[in-house]
Design a binder for this molecule. Structure first.
Ligand SMILES: Nc1ncnc2c1ncn2[C@@H]1O[C@H](COP(=O)(O)OP(=O)(O)OP(=O)(O)O)[C@@H](O)[C@H]1O
Ligand SMILES: [Mg+2]
Length: 284
């Protein structure tokens, strides 16, 4: 249930409704990965990815670098095809969709790319308007597009920079412009690939509040890929950890904190055999 641990009280009746609703929602996930397999040549990224998420929740994906988090997001919107398995969005199989159907999916699921993926030849305003023009070409007037661009840039605390070029922005600003572009289309689902990497603590908090605000006010469902455990614990309804081609832990923040799996515990605590590795290298 979206935001349940943050917003619901503890009245018995309420809990009863919550649990009944939870059962209904659980049987009808918005997104479902089932036994998804993906390789790149000899590199096995997923050997059996199973994951469900429900309308309105914030799911955070964590896991080491290179385990396949970005690949998972790209498979969901059809930018990459799995070798086997099923990916269902709102009752429809994505893996077999043609480009035209995928375009409709991408209208409903927007993605903030890890790199920001801005077009350097366009202004910031044109970048933010890009998805609007692509998806709503004949449905929005020029002034409606301008208003929406202004709204999206204000949400990420960058109002009035429409005429600047991406090359003139700092890394953190580029990231937030990428976020504004994803939000501008008012998607049902937002995929955030490392939304706070490279941001200072104030902007990290701002982006976290924005993710939660979009969930609460616009009912946007979010998948957030992050290495930032503090942010993950702040924003998540549920978390999932990817390791060696599978989800090895899935559940609430409380479940993650209580996990006795050393791989989960070490990741959360930032414990890694780095010291030994470095010492071995230095002694070599
Ligand atoms: N288009 C591609 N062609 C070949 N290999 C790819 C491609 N995309 C991803 N990979 C490989 O798949 C693996 C998973 O990549 P992915 O980008 O999903 O990692 P990640 O978990 O997002 O890592 P990070 O936290 O560093 O962003 C990596 O080994 C990567 O090199
Ligand atoms: Mg990545």
């Amino acid at each position: 249930m979206p935001g349940a641990h943050r917003t619901l009280g503890t009245g018995g009746q309420l809990l009863l409704c919550y649990s009944a609703l939870g059962c209904i929602l659980a049987s009808n996930p918005l997104i479902r990965f089932h036994n998804v397999q993906k390789t790149f040549g000899p590199k096995v990224v997923y050997r059996g990815l199973n994951l469900e998420m429900h309308r309105g929740e914030v799911l955070t994906m964590v896991g080491g670098s290179g385990v396949g988090k970005s690949v998972m997001l790209k498979m969901l919107i059809g930018l990459l095809k799995p070798d086997a398995g099923s990916i269902v969005f709102d009752g429809e199989e994505v893996t077999t969709m043609k480009e035209r159907q995928l375009a409709r999916v991408r209208q409903r699921i927007a993605m903030l790319f890890q790199s920001g993926a801005l077009f350097d030849s366009l202004t910031v305003g044109q970048n933010v308007a890009y998805g609007l023009e692509e998806h709503f070409q004949h449905k929005m007037t020029r002034s409606e597009i301008e208003d929406r661009v202004d709204w999206a840039l204000s949400l990420v605390d960058l109002p009035g920079i429409e005429l600047m070029r991406p090359a003139d922005l700092s890394g953190g600003m580029r990231k937030r412009v990428g976020l504004a572009r994803a939000i501008a289309v008012r998607p049902e689902v937002l995929l955030y690939d490392e939304p706070t990497t490279g941001l200072d603590p104030i902007n990290t908090a701002r982006v976290n509040h924005l993710i939660m605000g979009l969930q609460e006010r616009l009912k946007i469902t979010s998948i957030v890929v992050t290495h930032d455990m503090k942010s993950a614990f702040t924003i998540s309804d549920r978390m999932a950890m990817v390791h060696t081609g599978r989800i090895i832990c899935w559940g609430t923040v409380e479940k993650f904190r209580a996990s006795t799996d050393p791989r989960v515990h070490d990741f959360i605590e930032g414990v890694a055999p780095v010291k030994e590795d470095v010492e071995t290298l230095l002694n070599a």
